[in-house]
Design a binder for this molecule. Structure first.
Ligand SMILES: CC(C)(COP(=O)(O)OP(=O)(O)OC[C@H]1O[C@@H](n2cnc3c(N)ncnc32)[C@H](O)[C@@H]1OP(=O)(O)O)[C@@H](O)C(=O)NCCC(=O)NCCS
Length: 191
């Protein structure tokens, strides 16, 4: 029996107040590279007030359409990003989204561990069958992080993305609960 399923070696998944998410989301989106890695919509900016209003509405819904977690470092307890599960279907699938907004933490293992923690939650608490995601072909760091966390490449939407006057494919990736449990034995990658 796991004691604390929300804590890894580098990070823990946290619950944050809408104000805290809003202030940080708004600041992270100021970095247009972050937004353009994360989202298909044209780069955009959000004020903290509008972000808070949107989040409060989402979180009020019952059941909430998005299960949102903050990502906090164990060392220093800094909020560095978010990870969420959304679009849960009656077939046991959900989409995962993740963003490490504090770019000094990119490429240091924090994102893949947060992803592993949310997969553990998805498979061992929610009983989901699979978790899916979409990633842009130019986001090599994310693709590598997802493979480390157990995702497999499942599909490709050719030339789906237009950025910097170039067309890029969008990749579909997925992981099955039984595969993940066989690979990691119920413990997040690295733990
Ligand atoms: C994607 C994201 C969550 C990954 O988290 P992370 O903490 O940066 O990733 P990790 O350090 O756990 O893993 C990244 C891996 O990619 C490697 N990597 C880093 N930059 C790379 C690059 N340019 N090309 C290829 N691999 C790269 C790292 O070396 C590491 O692999 P390794 O452990 O085998 O050495 C985070 O970078 C992020 O949020 N970026 C901005 C927003 C974003 O892209 N969101 C995802 C949208 S789908």
């Amino acid at each position: 029996m796991n004691n604390d399923i929300f804590t890894g070696r580098l990070v823990r998944l946290s619950a944050e107040e809408p104000e805290t998410y809003a202030e940080n989301f708004s600041r992270w989106w100021q970095d247009s590279e972050y937004g353009r890695l994360l989202d298909m919509a044209p780069a955009r900016l959000f004020s903290p007030k509008r972000t808070k209003e949107w989040l409060e509405k989402e979180l009020e819904k019952d059941p909430p359409p998005v299960r949102m977690f903050g990502i906090r470092t164990l060392e220093g307890d800094n909020l560095i990003g978010f990870v969420d599960l959304s679009g849960m279907t009656p077939h046991g699938d959900a989409f995962v989204g993740i963003g490490v907004g504090e770019r000094e933490y990119w490429g240091r293992g924090y994102g893949s561990e947060a992803m592993s923690l949310v997969l553990r939650f998805a498979f061992t608490e929610l009983g989901l069958h699979r978790v899916s995601l979409m990633v842009f072909g130019y986001n090599l760091r994310a693709i590598r992080a997802y493979k480390k966390a157990g995702f497999k490449h499942e599909g490709r939407m050719r030339e789906m993305i237009w950025r910097n006057n170039e067309r890029t494919d969008a990749l579909l990736m997925g992981v099955l609960g039984e595969e993940w449990l066989a690979q990691f034995g119920g413990a997040p990658e690295g733990k």
